[in-house]
Design a protein around this ligand. Structure first.
Ligand SMILES: [Mg+2]
Length: 384
């Protein structure tokens, strides 16, 4: 049984605007183009929705429905930066992330061991971390496949967390209007309605043969979705750019000893996440600190060429919690976890901490990866 989380930001662009200008809270706001330039609404908040304003609606029409609507211009760079920060959190949980759009992703958490494997607790963690670090809320759906997870994330919006357990699937789907099925647009919905099909319960009465006659290949999809079935995989990012781990502490770290111990605990997690990327050369290593006042800093340093060459010649040893020693040549005893800590991450962390004070909310460490070895990469046997 797979475990899938669908995460979707609530009124994403509008949420970022409200975060950065709290005086907008509780007012109807929308992000979109000017009415006199035939602009359309990209996103609006729930106050605006109460007036009937919707995304993709012409701005002129939205202003007719809601004359007090506050129109924000849209700051794509800021939205992208926030979306990237949210994705970082997803990737802290698992590599198996499929980014669907700027504010939406599927996570396959089937193999995640943290949170005792509870996808519900993982979703709770995601929600809490996203709002804490980025100031916007997400809704999450937890289920055994993408279709159900997506419907579930929409079920209790905003700030929702809805779980469909395997034994609830049957009862959950029969009530669903067909319009909830991805791929059923206005036209298909109308056609289904003419055939007397409005819910998944109605759909279940039809055979694959009938549905295929009416809808071609999509007929099989309809047949499966009506039963809560979806065999699509979570398609993960092809080229991973970095591997990292970060933790937010419930009590700020204020002592050097605690800082050292925290680093000790982060290293094996990073090592575990790095597994599977051993064939990728490390471009740089970094440490990140967020201070009590919420300011953060990242210190990054190129990974020495000497180390890189030993990394690329690594033969994988037993993949124990030994961890980062797998990154480097295990023949060279000094390249141990302790060595990595002392030589790489400890100085970076000290440098980062020195930029603020020893009063720390969050620590992170990671490695950035070079692009996978391609034909041009193989020529780099010659020094650059
Ligand atoms: Mg959204």
């Amino acid at each position: 049984m797979r475990k899938i989380i669908h995460a979707d930001c609530d009124c994403f662009f509008a949420a970022v605007e409200i975060r950065d200008n709290p005086s907008l809270i509780d007012k109807p706001i929308a992000v979109g183009g000017d009415a006199d330039k035939r602009g359309v609404i990209a996103t609006c908040n729930y106050s605006a929705r109460a007036y009937g304003v919707r995304s993709a609606m012409p701005t002129a029409q939205a202003l007719k429905l809601c004359p007090d609507l506050i129109l924000c211009k849209g700051r794509m760079d800021e939205y992208k930066a926030t979306a990237a920060a949210i994705r970082e959190i997803f990737f802290e949980l698992t590599d198996r992330v499929e980014v669907v759009s700027i504010d939406e992703a599927y996570l396959d958490v089937t193999d995640v061991a943290e949170f005792q494997g509870s996808a519900t607790r993982m979703a709770q963690w995601l929600k809490a971390e996203v709002v804490k670090r980025t100031g916007v809320t997400i809704s999450t759906g937890v289920a055994a496949n993408k279709f159900l997870a997506k419907v579930a994330s929409d079920w209790q919006k905003p700030d929702g967390l809805f779980v469909v357990t395997p034994d609830q699937v049957e009862d959950f789907v029969i009530q669903l209007p067909v319009g909830r099925i991805h791929g059923v647009g206005k036209v298909t919905e109308e056609k289904l309605k003419r055939l007397g099909i409005e819910t998944c319960a109605d759909l279940q009465q039809k055979t694959v043969k009938q549905l295929t006659e009416w809808f071609g290949k999509f007929g099989l999809t309809l047949y499966q979705r009506a039963r809560g079935e979806d065999y699509r995989e979570v398609v993960t990012e092809r080229v991973r750019k970095s591997v990292s781990v970060e933790r937010t502490y419930s009590e700020n770290i204020t002592r050097q000893d605690d800082l050292d111990q925290a680093l000790d605990r982060l290293l094996p997690v990073l090592a575990r996440r790095y597994q599977g990327y051993e064939d990728r050369q490390i471009r740089s290593v970094f440490a990140k600190v967020r201070f009590a006042d919420f300011s953060s800093t990242t210190v990054e340093t190129a990974f020495g060429s000497e180390l890189i060459s030993s990394v690329s010649s690594t033969e994988s040893s037993d993949a124990s919690a030994e961890g980062l020693s797998d990154i480097v040549a295990d023949k060279q005893a000094e390249y141990s976890v302790a060595w990595l800590k002392r030589a790489l991450f400890y100085p970076l962390m000290q440098e980062a901490v020195s930029r603020g004070s020893l009063n720390i909310r969050l620590l992170g460490i990671g490695v950035r990866l070079r692009d996978p070895a391609g034909p041009s990469e193989q020529l780099s046997l010659f020094p650059e």
